[in-house]
Write a protein that binds this ligand. Sequence first.
Ligand code: HEM
Length: 438
Amino acid sequence: MAAIAAQGASLCKSTTLATLSSAGAGDGGETCQRGRLTRGVQGNDVFQARSAVRSGSADERAPRVRSLLPQLPPRRRKFSSQFLPSISRQELRAKQKSSKRGNGIVSPCASAEAIGVRVEQLRGAREALKEIIQSKYCNPILVRLGWHDSGTYNKEIQEWPTAGGATASIRFKPEIDHGANAGERVAGGPKIPMRYGRLDASSPEFCAPDGNLPDAAPPSPADHLRKVFYRMGLNDKDIVALSGAHTIGRSRPDRSGFGKESTKYTKDGPGAPGGQSWTPEWLVFDNSYFKEVKAKRDEDLLVLPTDAALFEDEGFKAYAEKYAEDQEAFFRDYAESHAKLSELGCKFDPPEGIVIDEPASAADSGFEKFVAAKYSAEAAKPSPKKDGLSPEMREKIRKEYVGWGGSPDEPTPNYFLYIIIGISVLAVIVKFLGIVQS
Ligand code: HEM
């Protein structure tokens, strides 16, 4: 998926973190599977990208490195430099020091312009990350990582980065140790409009409080989901659309406590085998999550209480039914909600952010206006009085009509027109006969 991993990127250095998201979402594969979320991503994407290019034999590495070389200035023909700002670490530290504000909040990065961030570098980073995802199947865990970073946001708190959100504070202890954080194929899916250049919170003092992320089995799942997502400023549509991210990935009992050790869909991997997925094709981003949760047809597929709530709560159901039936609608809404999620609590440098893709055409960017009533439980009931007739009366009339020789599959004949034509023909005949007699 073109931009699904954008969230995962948010733990990485601000300028490059969003590239993860745009690279596509897998499981941590061998590396990412091992435990807590950041063990999969190792702190930042620069590190990941470096190790990905360093991994494998020299023969395997050569084409990867070659493909990146043309984008690098000659003196920087080392892969890792690709992602680094074109100033020295000392200069960067000095800039960070001088950007300490009176209120104690640190602006951790010099301006994007000053550190020489270039759109080509970001694009190069994104391509490298796509390779990592393809070889490590780590798209699901990257999406989850980004979501867990963003999902701590509290809209009632005005101050950045204390409000939480996509500030990469998840890379610090204690946040990474919170219970909820235990734990190419490019996956397809919608293209998400991403902005890069998010600033990272600079120190552990900005870690979100524990307990901001949702529980998977709370006593009242729908109320709990609303409490958590409304705190972020998100709505029912966002809750349902974003839950659709479970169309990829697996749950593992040793991490979250949920899911089976292994199922017929996960016993052979790809990546580290085991866990329980929500869908059979758990590296493909499509709308199968909604179909499977609705059908509950297979014990090998996971349905958490919070997943089931999407088809039980009247407010959520309208959306869940729609997404089960219409993948395009799911993609449009998911892209919109994910873009929102990825910018919760964000500050950009430059303030308008950095866009590395051509703007989508007006037709592509227009999110369909969602009419919940069309899919609501009410709409599903037969409408009793549209034409003032009860369903029973309508059925009686239909039967009488069929009894007279009419067919329910044919339009009603236009008797009025036939009568007019008949009268006209008679009038002509009478007139004609009159002329002949006289
Ligand atoms: C609505 C409330 C949510 C609950 C209760 C929930 C719960 C969970 C749980 C229990 C797991 C299994 C973790 C493990 O054992 O490794 C999981 C995995 C996952 N979640 Fe969620 N989640 C929620 C929302 C979201 C959202 C909003 C997203 C993304 C936008 C998301 C993306 C994922 C992904 C991609 C995985 C798979 C990770 C992997 O394969 O390693 N989840 N979630």
